[in-house]
Design a protein around this ligand. Sequence first.
Ligand SMILES: [Ca+2]
Ligand SMILES: [Ca+2]
Length: 442
Amino acid sequence: MLRSRCVYHFCLLLTGQLLCSWAVPISVDKTKVSPPEEKVPEPPQSVDTGLHYDRYLREVIDFLEKDQHFREKLHNTDMEDIKQGKLAKELDFVSHHVRTKLDELKRQEVSRLRTLIKAKQDLEGGNDKAVDHQALLKQFEYLNHMNPHTFEVEDLDRLIKSATNDLENYDKERHEEFKRYEMMKEHERREHLKTLDEEGRKKEEEHYEEMKKKHADHPKINHPGSQDQLKEVWEEADGLDPEDFNPKTFFNLHDTNGDGFFDDQELEALFTKELEKIYDPTNEEDDMVEMEEERLRMREHVMNEVDTNKDRLVSLEEFMVATKKKEFLEPDSWETLEQNQAYTEEELREFEEHLAREEKNLNEKAVDLQKQREELERQQEQLNAQKLELQQAVEQMERLKLQKVEPPAEDKGIDGENALPAAPDNNQILLPGQQQDTPTNL
Ligand SMILES: [Ca+2]
Ligand SMILES: [Ca+2]
């Protein structure tokens, strides 16, 4: 328990929210299960941060946490000091065994990055170019590439800064990714329309508008994190009397891992009831990718409003302060995803131009490859022809050799020719003999 709490604490401090899942959450309604008395703390180590160096980050944390001195230090260092690099300096005091293991982890990570660089280079068709690994490794800022064999204070410092920074930018990147998803969807729809005749196009457009209307027609959505929204969870998911609603009890009930904080996942689970009002996986008009985006938007909104110390966790204290605010008691209405277009027409145009350029490049590459293939085939044919000529020449030479080395062969040939008439003779001799042997012919 102490071990997992320490990793947890480290992660809390290190990234603010390292332990929650950054991947799209599976839509399991946690609010339906886990009454407080059945709470079992989840092992924090098993959660993916979604960073591409997640495994390395977690292995480093796991090993550092095995060192008693380091564990105590991280427990007593606050977030600002960690960001300033004070914790990284404590690396000098961890045991030799842990340092050796960290060196090994770093070597493995550098090797993994080299493999990635090589694979990328191969994909881009740069086989013939010499790869400057040192220069390319620079893009990975979470470790010191100049010193690929040992894990030093600078490596820990870089890892902490990169993870903090990357996780803070997580939502920003997610917005961009979702925007691309929506633009691709619209692009494909428009491309499909182009393939139809006028009547088909009209029908398709009408159907599209109808589905849009159907999707937008849903019960009122409560403002995420408001009293109304939480009360609905309390009543419908928890099966409790709305008259007994108590924010503190609510908090404890939905702090499913019992660590005293709402993390991203725990917050996101609270919105399932609201999302079910808008989305049904069996409906054509409801896109489940959009549902998950709406869930993340809701979480992002509540986190921005309530997490005042910006550690990406909502403490009970922060939660209780929020429940006294006007926004909690008398919230504005919530604008759902479909009310906010994810992109502008201008952005869509740029996106389509980008797609067209990519397609053109791919086509050009395909033409090049086809040419190369044809050239190879032509060369192969030439080789085959040369091989055949060579074979014929060798056979010719062998025949000539035989003629030169064995002149008596001609005599034999004459003998052979002489022998030929013998066969018919023999036959002639045999045939009458056979006839003689056949009594029926007599
Ligand atoms: Ca929690
Ligand atoms: Ca907080």
